[in-house]
Write a protein that binds this ligand. Structure first.
Ligand SMILES: NC(=O)c1ccc[n+]([C@@H]2O[C@H](COP(=O)([O-])OP(=O)(O)OC[C@H]3O[C@@H](n4cnc5c(N)ncnc54)[C@H](OP(=O)(O)O)[C@@H]3O)[C@@H](O)[C@H]2O)c1
Length: 473
């Protein structure tokens, strides 16, 4: 197991889970299976593979939403030939313009949800996104006894616990493995591979747009606005990227991870989200002085009956797993009581990687159908108090009009709030009319720091509110 740079001495090594390594293992497995079939005598091969009449019938699958992900899912389903999944319907508004010659002629194209709900499909795939009408569609499918596979983070973040209970009450399944980190199989790992552990912490780089922007500022030291324009030009950021930049997207994903891994019910709005917009090239210069870089980090720690949760830009050691994630990749780290730390890295978005996660969920549902009905498990989710009052060291970057007495004025406020300065950093060469400099603080709680920040931002020499970032070691 690798010990990664940036890990403290004596720390337990992380177990890394690469989506690509997983794919390679699957390919190797299927190669071994295939070569066994080719070299096995016919009578043994008959034993190993039941005759077609003994196979359970293929699971009938209806797809709703033929966009980026839906199209990629349909392509995989149409190209598969293992007889496990059979695409029966494709539903989309104004469906005529969506029709494709590569879709088999027995697939029914429709724009009517009722056709799907009344059909004999066993599984409905919801890939239209958003809350309305997706929520009604998913509820209708579950009430009709159909299992549902979805990639919809907004829906699961807001209604996941209720929908899971509805699925359980109707003897069907709800899978949402693609709703966080796209093609990285972190949710299936939380729900099955790690369910034997008792997880207490989850942290991640969950938003590819923010990571692209921050890692571009880091590598080429361009201003934030230029990095955002570049991300928009390359299709990594939408024209209105507020959901990404201001943390709305990441906190919805964090609430899903907390549901699946920590078994807690927390709505996205309960999680504090801090924007990355004030982070600029100069912050990477100062972060580098501290051996760090800056990433949007989403973290949730369950301690007794409190869930500490926060999303926002944070200093992380440059050589740590988080510090090394470049461009639009995603990384999730989990901490468990028995199994220690685990890492999941890979493509967090994109039609094909996300479609792989959707089809993997379909296969899991189809295989559980083949295994027959199982006793229903009562689902229980705790509703903890949610707090952002983490105790960490802090990075405070000020932008001031230079004049005598600035440090003394700031130090007086910090000392009045019992806050200890760790270091003061001031790089030469900046315009004295808009001078950026940094104070780092020894660990203290968020609630202790914020009244002091308000006082400091009201000082006459402050040109902007101070940028305050946690330092995650
Ligand atoms: N794209 C990714 O990389 C990615 C990654 C992870 C998760 N996801 C999730 O996957 C889901 C699908 O994303 P996507 O990127 O494929 O979105 P998309 O490209 O916008 O596709 C959505 C499709 O659903 C159709 N649709 C929307 N509302 C509809 C309605 N009311 N009735 C019928 N059809 C409707 C759209 O039709 P029109 O063509 O008329 O708009 C479009 O074809 C979302 O929940 C998203 O958050 C996406």
């Amino acid at each position: 197991m690798p010990i990664l740079p940036g890990m403290p001495p004596g720390a337990r090594p992380l177990r890394f889970y690469f989506a690509e390594a997983h794919v390679a293992r699957m390919i190797k497995k299927s190669f071994i299976l295939e070569s066994t079939l080719h070299t096995t005598p016919p009578e043994q091969a008959m034993d190993a593979n039941p005759a077609p009449r003994d196979r359970p019938p293929a699971c009938r699958v209806a797809l709703v939403g033929f966009g980026t992900v839906g199209r990629a899912v349909a392509k995989i389903l149409c190209e598969r030939s293992d007889g496990l999944l059979h695409l029966t319907h494709i539903c989309n508004r104004n469906v005529e313009r969506k029709k494709q010659p590569w879709v088999p002629s027995d697939v029914i194209w429709t724009e009517d949800f009722q056709t799907i709900l009344k059909s004999d499909a066993d599984i409905v795939i919801e890939l239209i996104g958003g809350l309305h009408p997706a929520e009604n569609l998913v509820r209708g499918a579950l009430q009709a006894g159909k299992s549902v596979v979805t990639a919809n983070k907004q829906l699961i973040a807001r209604h996941g616990p209720d929908l899971l209970q509805l699925a359980s009450a109707n003897g069907c399944q709800l899978e949402f493995g693609a709703s966080v980190a796209g093609g990285v199989p972190v949710l299936p790992a939380l729900r099955t591979g790690l369910c034997g552990d008792r997880l207490h912490g989850i942290a991640g780089i969950l938003n590819g747009t923010c990571n692209y922007i921050l890692s571009r500022i880091e590598t080429v030291r361009i201003p934030f606005s230029e990095a955002l324009e570049e991300a928009q030009a390359r299709g990594y950021a939408e024209a209105d990227a507020s959901e990404d930049l201001d943390g709305g997207d990441a906190r919805a994903k964090l609430s899903i991870l907390a549901l699946a891994g920590l078994h807690v019910r927390v709505s996205p709005e309960e999680i504090r989200a801090r924007t990355i917009r004030p982070v600029d090239a100069v912050d990477f210069d100062y972060a580098a002085e501290l051996g760090c870089t800056i990433r949007q980090i989403s973290r949730a720690d369950l301690k007794a009956t409190t869930l500490f949760a926060d999303v926002g830009p944070s200093l992380v050691p440059a050589s740590s797993p988080f510090g090394r994630v470049q461009r639009n990749l995603n990384l999730v780290l989990t901490s468990g009581e028995y199994g220690g730390d685990m890492a999941f890295l890979g493509a967090g978005a994109g039609g094909d990687p996300t479609a792989v996660a959707v089809v993997s969920d379909l296969m899991a549902v189809a295989e559980s159908f083949a295994a027959g009905p199982r006793p229903r498990r009562a689902l229980q989710f705790a509703s903890p108090k949610v707090s952002c009052d983490f105790e960490t060291p802090w990075y405070l970057r000020f932008l001031v009009k230079d004049q005598p007495g600035i440090i003394a004025g700031l130090a007086a406020i910090l000392s009045a709030h019992q806050l200890n300065i760790d270091a003061v950093l001031q790089k030469p060469g900046f315009d004295k009319a808009a001078l950026p400099f940094v104070i780092t603080l020894e660990p203290c709680r968020d609630a202790q720091l914020h009244p002091a920040l308000q006082e400091m931002s009201a000082l006459p020499f402050a040109l902007k509110p101070c940028l305050c970032l946690p330092i995650l070691r």
